[in-house]
Design a protein around this ligand. Sequence first.
Ligand SMILES: [Zn+2]
Length: 199
Amino acid sequence: MSTIDKDGMLIDTKVTLKRYTSIEHGDLASVCAVVVHQTDAPSAQHTFNGYNAGGNGAHFLIAKNGDIYQTASTKKRCYHVGRLIKSKCLTLNKSTCDSTEMAKILAKSWSAQIKAMDSHERLKAYPERYPVNSDSVGIEIVGKHIDDKQYEAVTPAQNESLKWLLGELYQHFSLTGSDVYRHPDVSYKNPGEAKGASW
Ligand SMILES: [Zn+2]
């Protein structure tokens, strides 16, 4: 089994360490969940070039051929979820929502609604809400966005690597499959992102 070193890096022959401190933004106190993404780039190198410039990014990247890179420390926060999260109770089990508050939020215009929903959800603790940047790690799978609904297919080698990587993260951070989310489930993204990923 892999280990995680003092710098938050996953040590295993299957993982190439390629850390970009440019995409790390402060400390990540705990890891409660994993968010799976697709890059909307044709190759790993495209994403690495972007990471050099800093800004948004995720902790791991899985190339087309299944090679796994760790691009940020699991002890550091990355901006991968986005600013506004969706409501988990509204999506998965409406009866568990605060219905009075939800009705107020849903009566607002779309742009006001998604902001109010995010503020409302952030008052909850995980797993009552979807994960945010301050309690999750991100895994990027290399793949281009095709249209409004689709991304490129996730390759069998990528899915095999994703399963292995998640298995390691489950053990290191005491997570289960219910703590793994596709990016468009958590925030407002192209619904095709990571659709072909399986775990
Ligand atoms: Zn994403």
